[in-house]
Design a protein around this ligand. Structure first.
Ligand SMILES: C[S@@+](CC[C@H](N)C(=O)[O-])C[C@H]1O[C@@H](n2cnc3c(N)ncnc32)[C@H](O)[C@@H]1O
Length: 399
């Protein structure tokens, strides 16, 4: 400890190759929920792995029971969402930046202490043991200080740090949602509830409301332009409509196929670029365009997304969506429906799009869901009904 009451960790050793250094931390250590969580966090933070892709296989091979798996999952997703807040809590007691491996352990410890309600003695002692040997004393001292300084009395350096989002994202939410921004951001720091359809498919309520808004009826021909992994397409087919599920990427189309097989529904899956669709004009009674988007309404579900998305992506995605909307419109038969949806809350990706030529907006409220009127469409915010944030616009082709 130095004279200023702050800890200085032992410097990072540079003399071992990185793989050995990482392996050295986990060797001969029993697999506990915290150990698995730490290994997953290292993959996410240091290798740029996707949280949802890395954690499943690690849990499967961990030998952990259900309760420990749930705990490890909470630690990984929670620590990832609250990364910036955890860093701010830790940085009060650190004078020089910890090496990456130590930083990850500190985040894991701070998350347990400040946000997961883990008793301080367990959070500190069980986490310190995971730190690289050379920085264990440092981690122990820092986490003890974090434990003694309640999060409620924290003097946050910024709103971005308190809410644990990049500054640009906080600004964007404020610009889009005004006074509702903070509640939306806070809600997306909580784990989403697991909502299951009658057929067992796990799908957020807001996505189920979008599928319902297509109002598919028996015998209709329906196209889902951007269908993977198939949540909405498999919901649409339940009502007896003839549904085609398309997606541009073969690997994504295989996900739809896997869900179709698992659910035992009849649904052709096609690899096709929605910008140049391989169908004749006026083929479908209804087209669903659940477009690729920034996902800013679903950040609680994709724990690491907030640290990946670049602000410029919003305008790039808006341009892609506009082209998909224009290309999808001619596929709709006269009098038919075109439903546009995105799991984000930005106007650039939704209400700013021009109404396709020959279409008018259907002002009728959607049949199911907690939708608020939003421009010419409908929006649900994460805090409204504990769902993802979503915007939907329903167009109808003039006869
Ligand atoms: C929001 S996801 C769709 C989610 C899906 N509707 C569901 O409910 O499960 C967007 C999808 O659009 C696909 N996509 C992106 N660009 C596309 C394009 N040009 N044509 C068709 N699909 C595209 C992506 O591969 C991704 O699977």
């Amino acid at each position: 400890m130095n004279g200023g009451g702050r800890e200085r960790h032992g410097g990072q050793r540079q003399d071992r190759p990185p793989d050995r250094r990482r392996a050295g931390v986990s060797e001969a250590t029993p697999r506990t929920a915290r150990r698995v969580a730490l290994d997953a966090l290292r993959r996410i933070e240091q290798d740029g792995a996707y949280a949802n892709l890395v954690l499943g296989p690690m849990l499967s091979s961990s030998g952990l029971g259900d309760q420990d798996r749930r705990f490890a999952t909470e630690l990984v997703y929670g620590t990832t969402r609250m990364r910036r807040a955890c860093d701010a809590l830790v940085d009060r007691f650190v004078t020089s930046p910890p090496d990456e491996a130590t930083r990850t352990v500190l985040r894991l410890g701070a998350y347990q202490l400040a946000f997961a309600g883990v008793p301080a003695h367990a959070a500190v002692s069980e986490t310190v043991g995971l730190a690289p040997k050379r920085t264990r004393g440092f981690v122990n001292a820092v986490l003890r200080k974090v434990a003694k300084s309640p999060v409620e009395s924290m003097n946050w350096p910024s709103e971005g740090a308190r809410l644990s989002y990049p500054d640009w994202m906080v600004d964007r939410f404020r610009a889009e949602l005004g006074d509702e921004a903070e509640a939306a951001l806070e809600r997306m720091n909580e784990a989403p509830p697991v909502t299951e359809r009658a057929d067992g498919y796990v799908q957020d309520d807001s996505s189920q409301w979008v599928a319902a808004a297509v109002e598919a009826s028996s015998g209709e021909r329906i196209l889902d332009v951007c269908a993977a992994p198939g949540g909405k397409a498999t919901a649409l087919v339940g009502g007896g409509a003839s549904v085609i599920a398309a997606d541009q990427r073969p690997s994504r189309a295989s996900l739809v196929q896997a869900n179709v097989t698992r659910l035992g529904v009849s649904l052709p899956v096609v690899v096709a670029d929605g910008a140049v669709p391989p169908w004749r004009d006026e083929t479908f009674d209804a087209v669903l365009l659940d477009a690729p988007c920034s996902g800013l309404g679903a950040l609680r579900r994709r724990a690491d997304a907030r640290w990946r998305i670049e602000p410029a992506a919003i305008d790039e995605l808006a341009a892609l969506q506009a082209s998909l909307l224009q290309a999808s419109a001619p596929l709709v038969a006269p009098g038919g429906r075109l439903v546009y949806s995105v799991c984000t809350v930005t106007a650039a990706e939704s209400t700013d799009h021009a109404t396709p030529e020959g279409f008018e907006v259907d002002p009728t409220p959607p049949p199911v869901g907690v939708w608020r009127p939003y421009g010419q469409g409908w929006r649900v915010l994460p805090q409204d009904a504990d769902t993802d944030g979503m915007v939907m616009i329903r167009y109808r082709r003039r006869s």
